[in-house]
Design a protein around this ligand. Structure first.
Ligand code: OFO
Length: 180
């Protein structure tokens, strides 16, 4: 049994964030599956990769709470929203999810700062950085989409963009690609 080195309030905030990361993973999973059956294998691959990144974030928080002598509470994950209407809608919704998530992480940073819990403050910085990268990445994909679908351009650009995204950098391995 470890000495508890985290306040109840931060323990609760991190537990909530852990569940939020699991929810984010479900959103990516459902959108990836939607893209896969709608003829966009590259976008789908990109989204599956992100699903796994969110799961890794969930585990990272779980491990941190446990390491600080807190206890994790595994909660039910709410269902992801309805399928997007099209690729543009899908990308915009993802960006919105990421921005919402960044705001939640900022709240944890603020609380850690207020409590002068420098361990949690430092831990949360990784997430702040990660969110900057993710928002930039999704914004970049939205820009690519706008270029690919510019009036007067054909579907070939969209096809090329889809192929391109399959090779987009991912930090996580997609479970189905892992050797069993
Ligand atoms: Fe969107 O990355 Fe988790 O936190």
């Amino acid at each position: 049994m470890k000495t508890k080195r985290i306040s109840d309030a931060l323990e609760k905030a991190l537990n909530d964030q852990m569940t939020r990361e699991a929810f984010q993973a479900q959103v990516y999973l459902s959108y990836a599956s939607w893209a896969e059956v709608n003829g966009f294998p590259g976008i789908s691959e990109f989204l599956y990769g992100h699903m796994n990144e969110e799961r890794e974030h969930m585990f990272k928080i779980l491990k941190y709470i446990n390491d600080r002598g807190g206890s994790t509470k595994i909660e039910a994950i709410k269902a992801p929203p309805e399928n997007p209407k099209n690729i543009e809608d899908c990308l915009k919704k993802i960006l919105k999810h990421e921005i919402d998530n960044s705001e939640q992480i900022d709240k944890i940073v603020n609380l850690a700062h207020k409590e002068k819990d420098w361990a949690t403050f430092s831990f949360a910085q990784w997430f702040v950085q990660e969110q900057i990268e993710e928002e930039t990445l999704i914004n970049g994909v939205i820009d690519k989409y706008s270029l690919a679908t510019k009036k007067g351009e054909g579907n070939l650009n969209l096809y090329e963009m889809d192929k391109d995204l399959a090779k987009a950098p991912q930090e996580a391995v997609i479970p189905r690609d892992e050797e069993i």
